[in-house]
Design a protein around this ligand. Structure first.
Ligand code: HEM
Length: 519
């Protein structure tokens, strides 16, 4: 205040009113903008890279496609690569690549951290997913990795199978008692919601031994699930306008409850996770009574290093729920749509399952499902066409380096979306066609190298073993035991927008005509 008064007094003694300074201020701002524009266009280390001038001038180019065009970014990137070639400047300091060889160079390199600006919007910086700092990320990942090893997943296979069984029971008319259950009258249900209710319940029972009864929730619309799904676009908004983050997180819960039931459901869900965290911190021996090993056995293991704070534990918990729900569910939706839309694929899959699993009432272990070649090919194809994470995940080139045949200057933000690998015509002819046969050719090993839904390198998916197990158990059980048909669903509904994970443009729906072999 004192400084302001002094300046104000000085101008007053000179006979200058503050409003007289407005043109000068305006001119200074304009000059700065012009200077910045010229330097970005002509003198920036990326000035010689091709791309739209507007993208070179301002990050709002991406904001426009993310927000105003509602997740059209990846489609726009395709257009840009067709126009400008395999390396495009998509922001003042950002390069995007489309040559599949660039993917390994970007994501396998141990030197390149995640871009904090992008990942901070998820508000879980103390988890392995959210950490940008390389050594923090390494430490955080090491804490949870053993819990998602193949051995751990096999040890907890029954946890996944149990959720799948509960889902099948819900689809079985005679076995349900919920008033609003979709299957009682065989009315159509939302495939994405149904599958995400399974995948969320798998994560919460596997990681925390906590049941939220998402699969039993009417119409599979468990509020937190809806909240997380709606939250995908909020994350994008918070990324471009980070000042919104503290405002949204500090809204009183009565207000959220009233105006936004989805986000409120999320708040209630997080509170349940927090309560468990409080409990295990207050009394670590309570872990001894857990139904099975849970993630806090690993996170609170005294040998793992300094004790984690409640906030860090919450970030870990959230990252697992967020990382493991949409991704597996989307893959199941893509698989289900394409299997049902192609009777040849559906019949061949059902034949393979029936031959390997003649007694439908008996259980089928994961390790036997994994040996079924056609089911495996169907899952690979579904992973390829659901992409995992669809938004190009940005990394920072901390040193000048060669990528895709060009030298990328130090500190450039580099990325390459999975669609550019998965829809590459050289690897996958007729790339948008769902064709499990392509996984039986002689070049399968090469093709597997081009299947990158889990990304690659040091920041690749930590939940890959759990994800594969879920996909085998969910799709194996559903297509052995349930006769499904699509309802009012076309390819148009399966188009998607890029909100980190893909978000379908329509609402793919199905109806269960019959269910057998439920317990
Ligand atoms: C089909 C299923 C899945 C797909 C396609 C998938 C894909 C991915 C991808 C692409 C990344 C890297 C993201 C980035 O670079 O920003 C990732 C990271 C991660 N995923 Fe998954 N995911 C799947 C399932 C799961 C499951 C079930 C879990 C639960 C444990 C999980 C937990 C994580 C975690 C914790 C990370 C962060 C790894 C790190 O940076 O340290 N994911 N996932």
């Amino acid at each position: 205040m004192a400084l302001y008064d002094t300046i104000f007094d000085y101008f007053a003694t000179q006979g200058i009113h503050p409003s007289d300074l407005l043109p000068v201020g305006g001119a200074a701002i304009l000059a700065t903008l012009v200077y910045r524009a010229i330097s970005r266009l002509y003198f920036h280390p990326l000035a010689h890279f091709p791309g739209p001038k507007l993208a070179a001038l301002t990050g709002f180019y991406q904001t426009y496609y993310d927000l105003v065009k509602d997740g059209e970014t990846v489609n726009q990137l395709e257009i840009l690569h067709k126009r400008y070639g395999p390396v495009v400047r998509i922001g003042p300091n950002n390069l995007h690549f489309s040559d599949k060889r660039a993917f390994d160079a970007i994501y396998r390199d141990l030197r390149f951290p995640k871009h904090a600006w992008f990942y901070n919007a998820f508000s879980i910086p103390e988890s392995s997913f959210g950490s940008s700092d390389i050594s923090a990320a390494k430490h955080n990942a090491a804490l949870v990795r053993p819990f998602f090893s193949r051995k751990s997943v096999l040890a907890l296979e029954s946890v996944i199978q149990d959720v799948v069984d509960r889902f099948l029971t819900v689809l079985t008319p005679s076995k349900t008692n919920s008033k609003t259950n979709a299957s009682q009258t065989q009315i159509p249900f939302d495939l994405h919601r149904a599958y995400s209710s399974i995948t969320m319940e798998v994560i919460t029972t596997y990681c925390f031994a906590q049941r939220f009864d998402t699969v039993e929730y009417p119409n599979f619309a468990y509020p937190a699930l809806v909240g997380f799904h709606e939250g995908l676009s909020t994350v994008t908004l918070m990324r471009h306008f980070p000042f919104i983050q503290p405002i949204l997180f500090n809204l009183p819960s009565w207000f959220t409850k009233r105006v936004a039931p989805g986000p409120y459901g999320r708040v209630v869900f997080i509170k349940a996770l927090d309560d468990q965290i409080k409990q295990v911190l207050k009394d670590p021996t309570s872990l001894d009574g857990a139904e099975h090993e849970i993630v806090y056995h690993h996170l609170l293991n005294p040998k793992a290093g300094p004790k984690l704070t409640p906030v860090a534990l919450r970030h870990h918990a959230m990252s697992l729920v967020v990382g493991g729900t949409e991704t597996v569910a989307n893959t199941c939706v893509v698989a289900t749509y394409n299997i049902l839309a192609n009777p040849n694929i559906r019949d061949r899959l059902r034949r393979e399952l029936a031959e390997a699993w003649p007694e439908v009432d008996s259980s089928m272990p994961l390790e036997r499902l994994e040996k079924l070649p056609y089911l495996t090919a169907v899952i690979k194809e579904a992973l390829r066409l659901s992409h995992g994470v669809i938004y190009p995940a940005p990394r920072i080139a901390t040193e000048a380096t060669e990528i895709g045949g060009v030298i990328v200057p130090k500190d450039t933000v580099i990325s390459m979306g999975h669609t550019f690998v998965h829809l590459n015509e050289e690897s996958f002819p007729d790339p948008t066609n769902f064709d499990p046969e392509r996984w039986f050719g002689e070049n399968t090993k090469e093709l597997e190298n081009d299947l990158v839904p889990f990304s690659k390198g040091p920041r690749a998916c930590l939940g890959i073993n759990l994800a594969w197990a879920e996909l085998y158990l969910i799709l194996g059980n559903v297509f052995r035991k349930v006769e499904l048909e699509l309802v009012d669903t076309t390819e148009k509904d399966m188009e998607y927008r890029a909100f980190f994970t893909p978000r379908f443009c329509g609402t793919p729906q199905a109806r269960a005509l019959s269910v057998q072999g439920t317990r």
